[in-house]
Write a protein that binds this ligand. Structure first.
Ligand code: PLP
Length: 395
């Protein structure tokens, strides 16, 4: 590859750009993970994570990718042959379904068109029909990273309650945590799954489970095979700030710094920043005359926008042109929408000028790749960014 000067624009929807403060924290010398210094440090990180999930429940940290933490959520709470309800919101919901099937669970997978989030009324109907309470869990993706549709988790909670059903609620918050408001306790979620490389602005390598008391109770009788993923030995060690295995100390240094940054900005401000940059992105897309994959404006994602290509044009060809010419990576289309969409990640350590650069790269790329579109998307986005800087909400 030829040398390219300047910083790479990593505008995929995770891993996200790692801020310099976090990079510096990651580079500190590793310490003894059985020392009092480590215990004090890890207790601080574990407490901080609770605030990010907006919970008083414990959060478990695995040295793993997000998929490991998705597996951990299932094996800790369920037994072979248990029925669970999942919804086909897109590629990541499908992968979680496949994982559950491989573990020996009976999955009722509600079909979806990959353009919408979860319909809470269907969940409510399914649970009401399940008079014998055979369904043990409802497991959904909060922000479907393959499509850019965000589901309303609080409505799913309400639907479960209205049906008077005892199923556990499990939520994949991998691309929403620390970018889109997620309230673990208020929404009565039993297991939330997160990871390091998205809103938490870290490299990949940490998987997270926030675990309610009800989920811990369920884990006592859960019979799916587990050892490394088992919550209880980890929670027992974590009480004193230790882990039953060698923890990823340097990623935890980075996590402490990331939590400090998120709290210096203020979580609500972090969410508002994501909402605003997402809206600017959508204005650009519309001005280009292109279509947003997510079909319901109520479900537009603040972490990423998936953009449909005009008929007959391949999204990966466009991504290639943009990478070669502008040293920018955009997200590829996954699964059913491969080649049909490209995804603009606008989450994590990201601001107005980074978005301006990102959208400029897309607009120039569309022109260079010969895609039929209208110029002026960047100008629309800049207008919106400028206008909202003046303290106005919308125009
Ligand atoms: N779920 C969602 C919503 C994701 O966005 C991803 C990754 O992008 C995953 C699951 C899988 O996580 P990982 O690749 O870290 O295993």
């Amino acid at each position: 590859m030829a040398f390219t000067s300047g910083r790479h624009f990593l505008q995929i929807p995770g891993p996200t750009n790692t801020p310099d403060r976090v990079l510096r924290a990651l580079s500190r010398p590793t310490i003894d993970h059985r020392s009092p210094e480590f215990a004090q440090f890890s207790l601080e990180v574990l407490e901080g994570l609770k605030r990010i999930f907006q919970t008083s429940a414990p959060v478990i940290v695995y040295p793993s990718s997000g998929t490991g933490a998705l597996e951990a959520a299932l094996v800790n709470t369920l037994s072979p042959g248990d029925r669970i309800l999942m919804v086909e919101t897109g590629h990541f919901a499908t992968l979680w379904r496949n994982l559950a099937v491989e573990l020996g669970l009976e999955v009722d997978f509600l079909p979806g068109d990959w353009r919408h989030g979860v319909d809470a009324t269907i969940i409510g109907k399914k649970l009401t029909e399940d008079e014998k309470h055979a369904i043990r869990a409802v497991a959904v993706v909060h922000n479907e990273t393959s499509t850019g549709a965000t589901s309303r988790v609080h409505e799913i909670r309400k639907a479960i309650d209205r049906a008077g059903h005892p199923a556990l609620l499990m939520v994949d918050t991998i691309s929403s945590l620390a970018s889109i408001d997620y309230r673990h306790d208020e929404w009565g979620v039993d297991v939330a799954v997160g990871c390091s490389q998205k809103g938490l602005m870290l490299p990949p390598g940490l998987g997270l489970n926030a675990v309610s008391e009800k989920a811990r109770q369920a884990s006592k009788s859960a019979r799916l095979t587990k050892s490394y993923w088992a919550w209880e030995p980890i929670l027992a060690g974590n009480k004193a700030g230790f882990f039953p295995y060698t923890p990823p100390t340097n990623l935890l240094y980075g996590l402490r710094e990331a939590i400090r940054m998120l709290e210096e900005e203020g979580l609500q401000n972090v969410f508002a920043r994501h909402d605003r940059l997402a809206e600017a992105t959508r204005r650009a897309v519309r001005a280009w005359g292109l279509e947003i994959l997510c079909a319901d404006p109520e479900e537009f994602s603040s972490s990423l926008t998936a953009v449909l290509m005009p008929e007959g044009y391949d999204a990966d060809d466009l991504r290639g042109v943009i990478l070669t010419n502008f040293n920018m990576s955009l997200g590829t289309g996954l699964g059913k929408v491969k080649g049909k969409v490209f995804r603009i990640g606008h989450l994590g350590d990201f601001n107005d000028l980074m978005l301006a650069g990102t959208l400029s790269g897309v607009e120039m790329g569309l022109a260079l790749a010969g895609i039929p579109f209208s110029k002026g998307g960047v100008a629309e986005a800049l207008d919106y960014l400028e206008f909202t800087r003046k303290g106005k909400v919308s125009r």
